[in-house]
Design a protein around this ligand. Structure first.
Ligand SMILES: [Zn+2]
Length: 220
């Protein structure tokens, strides 16, 4: 028997689970036990799963990659860095195997932000599915190398590849920054903040250009 290896914990685990369920509702019925372990049943046992739903099923079925999804409605990661919805926190080889090692992944998500992102982009749940499958893909990459990975910003992180192999996000998140008087400022050309930034907001845009702000920080 394989263990179920998508585990959602944290104070916002319920919301995270609901969004994950939303993303695959036509194909999979998910359950979460008191330890946060997620299991699934196919809605139509005879039907072939879409690529996206299959990725989630694989993440759950694969006992050699344990995906720890930590859900808090927070704007900082557990390491104190800025977070806008999600953070790839890396993974580690948890059990050294002769042929195949077991990898434990760490992903942090903010369901409150993802709720707004998914609604604004018209694909509720898609971003939560992206995060779970990104953690899993990162685990597979590290398993193949038999070497754990640092977080998204660490040198040689599995993050970039894992992000591209994961299911699609609902859309892009844009950022706008402000000075102390509330005037919009431009980012430095290298993407860093210019001097005098006092606030920021992140938003999504639908096809008609309607904006939904999904996170705000600082005074503006
Ligand atoms: Zn990603």
């Amino acid at each position: 028997m394989l263990p179920e290896d998508v585990i959602i914990t944290g104070s916002a685990a319920g919301e995270a689970f609901d969004q994950l369920q939303q993303s695959v509702s036509s194909e999979l019925t998910l359950s979460k036990d008191e330890n946060g372990k997620v299991t699934y049943k196919k809605v139509n046992s005879g039907a072939e799963l879409s690529k996206d739903a299959q990725q989630l099923a694989n993440a759950i079925d694969d006992g050699s990659v344990i995906n720890q999804i930590h859900a808090e409605n927070s704007t900082t990661t557990s390491e104190g860095d800025l977070m806008v919805g999600e953070a790839f926190m890396g993974n580690e080889i948890s059990i050294e195997g002769e042929h195949l090692s077991t990898v434990t992944t760490n992903q942090e998500v903010n369901p409150e932000v993802f709720g707004a992102v998914g609604e604004g982009n018209g694909s509720p749940g898609a971003d939560m599915l992206h995060e779970v499958t990104e953690a899993y893909q990162g685990g597979l990459i590290s398993q193949k190398k038999n070497e754990g990975s640092g977080n998204a910003n660490a040198p040689g992180s599995a993050y970039g590849k894992a992000h591209r192999r994961a299911t699609s996000q609902s859309g892009r998140i844009y950022e706008r920054i402000f000075d102390a008087s509330g005037n919009v400022m431009q980012m430095n050309t290298d993407g860093s903040y210019p001097a005098g930034v006092s606030g920021a907001e992140w938003y999504v845009k639908d096809r008609r250009g309607n904006e939904t702000v999904v996170q705000r920080l600082g005074g503006n």
